[in-house]
Write a protein that binds this ligand. Structure first.
Ligand SMILES: C[S@@+](CC[C@H](N)C(=O)[O-])C[C@H]1O[C@@H](n2cnc3c(N)ncnc32)[C@H](O)[C@@H]1O
Length: 198
């Protein structure tokens, strides 16, 4: 193992430890949580949570500024059970072990990483799906939406081939606040819902 990789693993595990403390402090009372991976400015999750004040919701994103803007939205709307946190998707899932279950998850307009050699950067991967299924509450669904046709087809294939997920073509889309990127696409996007099993 090279020094750089060892340093990366050490930093990653320190971030997971910090996130675990954050989860204990912020979500201590929650049995289940709704997650949005790559929440951007939090537009969608703030709209979703405003209609469900009883539900614990967490939006996570890599970009600090986007998280600050999302937090301001939650404060302004008095969303007591909604949190936004700067976190990488898999690191957050690792930190969630032993905490609340995932009751529902959204991934909306993720970065498409269109070049084949960059696909490894996509958030939705087989390992991500396996981890999310481990942490899912019974019946939990993942809702995915993108305007990028190839990314959509690829994500659909990952889910269709995954033994722990079942596509649910008839499931209603739970909430329709447009995200920032959804507004930019002018309505050309595709969605799917999949349900986790143990
Ligand atoms: C194209 S933007 C979409 C934002 C928002 N969902 C929307 O539709 O407006 C994708 C977002 O995913 C975040 N992101 C990318 N990779 C991520 C990862 N591995 N973990 C968490 N967030 C990630 C990016 O920082 C960015 O804000």
């Amino acid at each position: 193992m090279g020094d750089d990789y060892a340093a990366y693993l050490e930093e990653r595990s320190a971030r997971v430890v910090r996130l675990r403390s954050w989860i204990a402090a912020e979500l201590g009372g929650a049995d289940a949580v709704t997650l949005e991976f790559g929440c951007g400015h939090g537009h969608f999750l703030a709209g979703y949570a405003a209609e469900r004040p009883e539900e614990w919701c967490v939006g996570l994103d890599l970009r600090t500024r986007r998280i600050r803007l999302a937090e301001a939205k939650a404060r302004k709307r008095g969303l007591d059970r909604t949190r936004f946190v700067k976190a990488e998707a898999m690191e957050f899932l690792d930190a969630l072990e032993g905490g609340p279950r995932v009751g529902r998850a959204f991934m909306l307009f993720p970065d498409p990483w269109p070049k084949k050699r960059h696909r490894k950067h996509r958030m939705l991967q087989a390992a991500f799906l396996a981890r999310l299924a481990d942490l899912a509450a019974p019946g939990a669904c993942l809702h995915f939406r993108t305007d990028h046709a190839e990314n959509f087809a690829w994500a659909l294939e990952q889910v269709a081939e995954h033994p722990r997920w079942t596509l649910r073509p008839d499931a209603p889309w739970p909430h329709e606040t447009g995200t920032y990127f959804q507004e930019v696409t002018g309505g050309r996007y595709q969605s799917f819902t999949a349900q986790a099993s143990k």
